[in-house]
Write a protein that binds this ligand. Structure first.
Ligand code: FES
Length: 273
């Protein structure tokens, strides 16, 4: 059992939990994820590790309450236990000692992006971040990024914070202004990551994305998290979750995600009856 030491509401649909998980905190690296389960019959929920503290033996997770399983997670409170908390899973991010990296986060994408950018800043890389959200409350962890990022840009769809518009516009402007960017790391909703690649590809800027397709076992056995990268089949749970964004088949990924939406909706309806 894994005790919830701290729980915090970040906005009306996103929450943060700090969980006591000694074996995960000892070994995890930026980019890796865990799979948790609430209750013996609970569905497995993959979540990228947002932060870790090896001394306190804790893992920080940030999750969006989107369906049946994350609603069950959100019902737990400080002092409660999470039934399963397996990890670290996946390949750690390959961090390159370049000169200038721009991170792009959409919504809860701030969570997995945070440890990656912080590690790069600690290596001496100049790090900028562009954070986007529908409105001000959905712009996550701006103050945390401010601690180590050289420049921070914020966009909201409604203009309630930062520049009105999308993260891709800021990125395109930076490129147009002649900023020399060695790598872009984009993490957020699949359409956002696809749009970022649409901006970087014509300039051949190395672009890393973190994919979170449906996962079941997290060990490469079930085939559920299949993605196509550079024309080859990959499994996000063991080959990723980070991939070369310039090579990802985003259209196929979005089609696979849509397949599971209806089932999630049906489970939600049953639970609410
Ligand atoms: Fe089953 Fe990746 S989750 S193969």
């Amino acid at each position: 059992m894994y005790k919830i030491l701290h729980k915090e509401k970040l906005n009306d649909v996103v929450e943060l939990m700090v969980v006591h998980a000694p074996h995960v905190s000892r070994k995890c690296e930026p980019g890796q994820f865990i799979i948790l389960r609430v209750g013996e019959d609970g569905e497995r929920i993959p979540l990228t590790i947002a932060d870790y503290d090896r001394e306190k033996e804790t893992i920080t997770i940030i999750y969006q309450i989107v369906g049946y399983s994350t609603k069950a997670l959100a019902l737990l409170n400080e002092g409660d236990d999470i039934t399963d908390f397996v990890g670290p899973l996946g390949e750690p991010t390959k961090l390159h000692a370049s000169k200038h990296v721009v991170g792009v986060a959409g919504g809860v994408g701030s969570a997995p992006l945070y440890p990656q950018l912080r590690a790069l800043a600690q290596m001496g890389v100049d790090v900028d971040v562009i954070i986007g959200g529908r409105e001000a409350q959905y712009v996550l962890w701006a103050d945390e990024f401010r601690k180590f990022c050289k420049n921070i840009y914020i966009t909201t769809d409604d203009g309630s914070l930062g520049q009105k518009g999308f993260v891709t516009q800021v990125l395109a402007d930076l490129i147009d202004q002649g900023e020399s960017i060695d790598e872009v790391i984009a993490i957020g909703p699949v359409p956002m990551m696809k749009a970022v690649v649409g901006v970087t590809k014509p300039h051949n800027i190395k672009t890393s994305v973190s994919l979170n397709p449906i996962m079941i076992d997290g060990t490469g056995m079930c085939g559920c998290c299949r993605v196509t990268v550079d024309g080859k089949i990959k499994f996000a749970c063991v080959d990723g979750p980070d991939f070369d964004g310039l090579q990802v088949d985003f259209d196929e990924l979005m089609a696979r995600q849509r397949m599971f939406k209806e089932e999630e909706h049906q489970m939600d309806e049953q639970a609410n009856r």
